[in-house]
Design a protein around this ligand. Sequence first.
Ligand code: AMP
Length: 292
Amino acid sequence: MEIINRRKRMMSVARRLRREENRSIGFVPTMGALHQGHLSLIHEARALCDVVVVSVFVNPAQFGPSEDFNAYPRDLTRDSALLAEYNVDYVFAPTVEEIYPPGFSTYVAVDVLTDKLEGSSRPGHFRGVATVVAILLNIVRPNFAFFGQKDAQQSIVIKRMVGDLGFDIEIVVLPIVREESGLALSSRNAYLDERERQAATVLNRALMKARAAYNEGEHNASRLLEIVRSTVAKEPLARIDYVAINDAETLAEIDRVDDRAALLSLAVFIGKTRLIDNAVLGRAEKQVGANA
Ligand code: AMP
């Protein structure tokens, strides 16, 4: 496994793999502090592609001024050891200056899809995400890029960007990996103390309650949202940022969950830590997550 810090080196390696060796490249972008959620993406990339490239880059452009960019967990030594165990071929771990050199002034804005949910709670977040993913995709030029359903809106935004800008790359979206407690794995779980970790299980519990109600015939979006809100409200350490139901593909607001798949998503503060989670309801449930 080679660890690459320079974009020029990464580009020339990728070019050689594609052109001279005709090998397919699978790419998994991450911010490091790796867990089984990331590793599930890498596992799939390994199964589908000849060569696996994983990027580890905490992207300043996607953090707001009062967010946790500085505190975000970083441990490239541990991450590299894990990635070597998972037979990753290349780790791309650039510095901030390598991605955003002096004079950097080009950004990617994906409209409409980014107005709501994470986009409205975290202004500028998706501009940072779309920009860095566009840069990374151009450097690595993979055949396949792998993303998690954990960040459902992010996956939708990236698919839109790749389609709109004509990137010749297939986006693969994979299911959320959870702890036994139901808590979705996240690098930010590292911020939680014991009590908060227990409290954080309320996100998935609330989603499961709504899913059970949906399965029993409750298709009214406001009532499903109310089930989620009242469940989270019972947890004293939790404070809701948003709970929403949207069309799972277009993110349009919906009043009823009917024929089309619906994304039930929420963001909740547990103490100072902001966590997100989601579930897909509706008939097309099984298709969401698969590449369109
Ligand atoms: P991050 O390092 O948080 O930027 O995440 C990198 C990729 O891993 C993103 O595509 C995430 O959606 C995905 N990911 C993060 N947590 C999980 C999880 N629990 N299950 C599946 N994928 C995940």
